[in-house]
Design a protein around this ligand. Structure first.
Ligand code: 6PG
Length: 473
């Protein structure tokens, strides 16, 4: 009998995805470049379902029922191209290659177009939730053709996380749409993590709480509107003690954050699309700053404020409000980027559905996403989540505390780039007039770049070097 689906690339994500499929009763073909991994999978987990191990690509492809569903779980970039080139010649029209790695959506668009020429479907699929998610139910964001989703969707929905009985998997849109949405998911993940890190830093150095005490604060927050996977694991990490030294774990970890690239891609793409994702950008830059050890060493002696740590009553509650409001901004910016990408590439992405499939399985899963789903349900064309009735009211109620936290951070010299840039974005959108008018005046002065007027149509230029009269451009 043949396998319903195949997974090649059996590192931990691929292995767990294969096990998840098998556990759901789908016979799954498994293949790895070095055969030892395939053998180990079958030996260790063979009793979880039906695995069909294959030694060679030919054997692997031959073991799949048609249309063939071949999932590749290898490193993004050149390794993915290599594996596609290895398998595509063995496939027949109508078969599909599913890329479950963190590929750049532009690569996915290129691969999809190339394989379409050869009569094959290429389905770039975002998969979030790490190792545990892959095994127990990830959030799945497949792109590719609607036709490929017909053959693949039911299987993916079967193994995805479920929230209120709804699978955290939906056809995002054609070609690179799935990987684009996964990329923005990761950008939001970076922003969320940065905001949580700033909250911790402020509670520690402004309010003077210990990591164990801060863990308790996060545990409390996790029973309210901030309830989320990231808040939950933050409490776990902060409560952890290093066995070797007896010190808080967070104090023995080198304070240089790393990144594999998806956050950076989100910001690069946002710049190309002209979408202000300042919260995500600050998060990427904050990791970058942390990693510049030499720069930080050189600057360590620079003067700061003369304030001491002090107990600030009600401060933890203020930080909760700042975190909530900044988080709404980060998500509003991320969703704006998805909307812009969808328009640019003609993907027709349903934003409410994205919030729906992120409610479970993925790293940014949170109670809050149900509110985002509701906001798009109420108005699918809302220009920003910030003006949704619920969020406008909640952020409006939080803004005084938010401002106090940003002020306190500035006064004490504690960096809070996420909180402060989110607040600046909020105030920029709110403003009746922005100083962009002055910027336009300067551009016209030095480069005759022209400006538009508030009271008349057209483009204008002032003769700055002459009699300063205005001419129509
Ligand atoms: C997920 C995660 C995952 C990613 C990590 C690492 O959704 O399961 O986003 O895909 O590998 O978040 O990202 P960085 O190494 O860039 O922090």
């Amino acid at each position: 009998s043949k396998a319903r689906i195949g997974v090649t690339g059996l590192a931990v994500m691929g292995r767990n995805l294969a096990r998840n499929l098998a556990r759901h009763g789908h016979p799954v073909a498994v293949h790895n470049r070095t055969e030892a991994r395939t053998k180990a999978l079958v030996t260790e987990f063979g009793d979880e379902g039906t695995f069909v191990p294959a030694e060679t690509p030919e054997e692997f492809v031959a073991s799949l029922e048609r249309p063939r569903r071949l999932v590749i779980m290898v490193k993004a970039g050149a390794p993915t191209d290599a594996v596609i080139e290895e398998f595509a010649p063995l496939l027949e029209p109508g078969d599909m290659i599913v890329d479950g790695g963190n590929a750049h959506f532009a690569d996915t668009r290129r691969r999809e177009a190339a394989l379409r020429e050869r009569g094959l479907h290429f389905v770039g699929t975002g998969i979030s939730g790490g190792e545990e998610g892959a095994l127990h139910g990830p959030s799945i964001m497949p792109g590719g053709s609607a036709e490929s989703y017909e053959a693949l969707g039911p299987l993916l929905e079967d193994i995805a996380a479920k929230v209120d009985g709804t699978p955290c998997c939906v056809h995002v849109g054609p070609d690179g749409a799935g990987h684009f949405v996964k990329m923005v998911h990761n950008g939001i993940e970076y922003a969320d993590m940065q905001l949580i890190a700033e909250s911790y830093d402020l509670l520690r150095h402004a309010a003077g709480l210990s990591p164990a005490e801060i863990a308790e604060v996060f545990r409390t927050w996790n029973t309210g509107r901030l309830e989320s996977y990231l808040i939950e694991i933050t409490a776990e990490v902060l409560a952890h003690t290093d066995a070797a030294t007896g010190r808080p774990f967070v104090d023995v970890v080198l304070d240089q954050a790393e990144q594999k690239g998806t956050g950076r891609w989100t910001v690069q793409t946002a710049l190309d699309l002209g979408v202000p994702v300042s919260g995500i950008a600050e998060a990427v830059f904050a990791r970058s700053v942390s990693g510049h050890a030499d720069l930080r060493r050189a600057a360590r002696g620079l003067p700061g404020p003369q304030n001491d740590v002090r107990y600030l009553s009600g401060f933890a509650d203020d930080v909760e409000q700042a975190l909530y409001a900044s988080k709404v901004v980060a998500y509003a910016q991320g969703f704006h980027q998805i909307q812009a990408g969808s328009e640019e590439y003609g993907w027709n992405i349903d934003l409410g559905q994205m919030a729906t499939i992120w409610r479970g399985g993925c790293i940014i899963r949170a109670r809050f996403l149900d509110r985002i789903r509701a906001a798009y349900e109420a108005d699918p064309r809302t220009p920003t989540l910030l003006t949704d009735d619920h969020f406008a009211e909640a952020v409006g109620a939080a803004q005084d505390a938010w401002r106090r936290v940003v002020t306190t951070a500035a006064q004490l010299g504690i960096p809070a780039p996420g909180f402060s840039s989110a607040l600046a974005y909020y105030d920029s959108l709110r403003a009746e007039r922005l100083p962009a008018a002055l910027t336009q005046g300067q551009r016209d002065f030095f480069g005759a770049h022209t400006y538009r007027r508030v009271d008349r149509e057209g483009s204008f230029h002032t003769l700055w070097g002459g009699d300063r009269s205005e001419v129509e451009a």
